[in-house]
Design a protein around this ligand. Sequence first.
Ligand code: ATP
Ligand code: MG
Length: 209
Amino acid sequence: MKIGIMGGTFDPIHIGHLLLGQFAYEEFGLGEIWFLPNGNPPHKRRKDECALQLRVEMIRRAIRDVPYFKLCLHEADESVHSYTYKTMGELNALYPGNDFYFILGADSLFSIETWKCFREIFPTCTILAAMRDDKDITDMQGQIQYLEQAYGARVCILQAPLLEISSTTLRQRASRRQSIRYMVPDAVAEYIRKNHLYQKREADDGRFG
Ligand code: ATP
Ligand code: MG
C-alpha cells in the first residue's frame, strides 16, 4: 500500500494539515494517510505548548470521520526527541510491503537540511511538498532540483489550496479569545474551548488584560 505520512507537532491540528492529507490522498492514489504527532520535537520548545496527550486527542477528533486518515503513535514518547530519519527507517522496517510518502509544507522543505541525519530520510520515502506562505512555485522547483541533485531525494510538488494558517496563529488567537472557527474542525475548536487550551500564559502574565 502507498502510505502518506503527515508528520508535525499539531499544536493544534488545523485545516491546513487536513487539506494536505486529503489532496495527497487523491493526487497520489494513496491508501491511507497517517498523522504522526511528535512527542518531543527537537527544534520546538515553547512555554505555550500542549502536552502530547492533548495534541493526540485533537488529532483523533479531527480525523475520526475519515476512514483513510489514521493516527500513528510511533513518535508518541515525550521523554525522547523524535527524529524523522529514525522514524521513517523504523516504519519501513516494520511495514516492508508499503511505500511511504512524506507530506510536508514549503517551510519544512527549505529547512530539511537542518534536520538530524536528513540524508537518511531520502531513501525511505518520496517527499510530497506543498506550497506555503511566501514560497512560490519557482522557489519550490529550485529547491526540489537541488535536493534531487545533491542527495538523490525523490520530491514531488503537492498541489493543494494555499492556506495561510498555522498552529502558531491559532494558539495566539485562542490566547486572545479570538475565534478559531473554520480554521480547525468544529470538534477541535470545542475541545480547545472546553479544556481552556492555549490560555494559560495569558492568565499567568496578564499581557492581554
Ligand atoms: P507551528 O506554527 O506551531 O509551527 P504549523 O502550522 O507549522 O505549526 P506543524 O505541526 O509545524 O504546523 O506542521 C506540520 C507540517 O504541516 C509541516 O510540514 C508544515 O510545513 C505543514 N503545514 C502546516 N500548515 C500548513 C499550511 N497552512 N500549508 C501548507 N503546509 C502546512
Ligand atoms: Mg511549523
